[in-house]
Design a protein around this ligand. Structure first.
Ligand SMILES: C=Cc1c(C(=O)O)[nH]c(=O)[nH]c1=O
Length: 308
């Protein structure tokens, strides 16, 4: 069974990607993603105009059923990632960018528009860990204004990385905004913002930044991720594809994301813990499920989750 897929006329040899932020900070990590079996390509760490150290450590902690992080957008800086994605690679790249304010986002997209890069870009509207900065995608007016400004000049393939929403009216409002713009895709969900975990022996929080508040990932956020994938698939123009992210640790989870309508699936927390070998495992497990059910193509079941 081949799991290749096409998004914005870019052919991905597999539906699997890394979640931005995991295994994608350096050339070595991005090359490892591209060279690994069963990956569709690589998504870069969200790039800011300048290189950033990020928040003080410890800023990541593994929980029993997931993770909590307040990395603070550490990255090598926009030129580093633009240079990487502009070079030839065996598989496609998605350049992730995250401004620290509106003007950064506009500036970065002007630079990409003017560059040689013709691949996909993903605008991260959902970083929960830049101290003092709200997630743009929770401000509907700002998101609308930003996309209007961007699409007044940007003509290359562009998607957005969204935070999870938890209210059906918010899905309606956000989808109505997104449907106004020629987006190639949405990537949903980013981490569930500002969770908290405590070590009861020390009675202290487990990460240093933001008094222990950080974005949640991993198995425990799978139900939230599935709801966001399904809700946006139901509401968005079919031309806007969906990268399903959040909570994937097994072929079953991939199958559920696809049933909800995901076109591609990305893996964060589980990739960090298992390494790039996870993509062969997810491929094999998904193929086994499909064989058991008599499906020969993802199109046999994509988006076909049934109501009760
Ligand atoms: C880009 C910053 C992000 C970060 C971070 O660098 O703190 N963590 C996340 O879980 N999601 C993000 O979008």
């Amino acid at each position: 069974i081949d799991f290749k897929t096409t998004m914005a006329s870019v052919e991905f040899p597999s539906i699997f990607l890394n979640a931005s932020g995991v295994n994608c900070m350096t050339v070595a990590e991005m090359d490892e993603m591209i060279n690994a079996a069963c990956t569709g390509g690589v998504v870069t760490k969200s790039a800011t105009p300048q290189q950033r150290e990020g928040n003080p450590q410890p800023r990541y902690y593994q929980l029993e059923h997931g993770s909590i992080n307040s990395m603070g957008l550490p990255n090598a800086g926009f030129p580093y990632y633009l240079d990487y994605v502009t070079r030839e690679h065996a598989k496609p790249t998605i350049l992730s960018v995250a401004g620290l304010q509106m003007s950064d986002n506009i500036e970065l997209l002007h630079k990409i528009q003017a560059s040689e890069y013709t691949g996909l870009t993903e605008l991260n509207l959902s970083c929960p860990n830049v101290i003092g900065k709200p997630q743009v995608a929770y401000d509907f007016e700002e998101t609308d204004a930003l996309l209007a400004e961007i699409f007044s000049f940007y003509t290359k393939p562009l998607g957005v990385k969204l935070p999870p929403y938890f209210d059906l009216v918010h899905f309606d409002q956000m989808a109505a905004i997104l449907n106004k713009y020629p987006l190639t895709h949405i990537n949903t969900v980013n981490s569930v913002g500002n969770g908290l975990w405590i070590d009861i022996d020390t009675e202290k929080v487990v990460i240093k930044p933001k008094q222990g508040f950080g974005g949640l990932g991993g198995a425990m956020i799978l139900p939230t991720a599935l709801a966001n994938v399904r809700a946006f698939r139901q509401r968005l123009n079919p031309s806007i594809k969906i990268i399903g992210t959040g909570g994937v640790t097994s072929g079953k989870d991939v199958f559920m994301h696809l049933l909800c309508g995901a076109d591609m699936v990305s893996v964060g927390t589980a990739l960090l813990h298992e390494g790039v070998g996870i993509f062969q495992r997810l491929t094999d497990e998904l193929a086994t499920i499909m064989a058991e059910k008599g499906y020969t193509s993802i199109e046999d079941f994509r988006g076909k989750v049934q109501d009760f």
